[in-house]
Design a protein around this ligand. Sequence first.
Ligand code: ARG
Length: 296
Amino acid sequence: MKKKIVSAVLCLSMAAALLAGCGSSSSTTADTAEETTEAETEEEVAEEEAEAVEETEEVAEESEEAAEVTTVTEGVLTMGTNAAFPPYEYYDDADEIVGIDAEIAEALAEKLGLTLEIVDMDFSSIITSVQSGKIDVGIAGMTVTEDRLENVNFTDSYATGIQVIIVPEGSEITSVDDLSNEDILIGVQEGTTGHTYCSDDYGEDRVIAYTNGATAVQALLQGKVDCVVIDEQPALSYVEANEGLEILETEYVVEDYAIAVSKDNEALLDALNTALAELIEDGTVQSILDTYITAE
Ligand code: ARG
């Protein structure tokens, strides 16, 4: 590939040199006006050729970039997630991890010429696993936050998340304001933005962190906590799967979901952003979102 480009560049510059040479020899017989026109035309031709060379080089650079992306395991895009977060990631009946993130990751991997491998882990381990090079990317309905940006890079956002409050039907908690009530206990999933916001706003003593959203919801059903603060889409599916729960209409926080990538792998970040932009542009991302999220 490289060789071909080098010889193309040589050919083109030789052609340009030849053209320039012709121009100067013909100038002895040509009159001044003609000479100027000729010279300009030659210059233009040379310029166009130079541009063509530049373009060829750019294309070459782009494809070389894609080929140069290194991953933890060669040829594989290793994605860390916490698969108790429907519809972004969860186990289907065949015990496969499916969902919005799994499908977007699959489409991204394909664009990068990689095979996707999904590793299920605690949500709170994802960022450190990206940092330590255990996984290439964290794709887990993960919110972009200032704190996380100190440890990892994030791609452009591919979806919006909203922190909502799940309560038992008929609860005395009817709005975000009621979370200030000193008597109530708030369930969250460990290491999530919901965990951070609630600890900051209401104090750690009133916040109980569970390893995942599903266990937080189980605790709510058992009366161990009075409400659960979690992202809206999983909240909807937990409420649908369990009787006697509802989601308060007031939104707590609106946030952006993106993919976490190691700060040591800028090439992968760039390649993912390019691929993601293409998947957003051609409607793939939207159609994946629409498959799992039905508008109310
Ligand atoms: N959006 C929240 C956060 O980034 C929660 C994400 C939890 N994701 C999961 N797969 N369990 O903190």
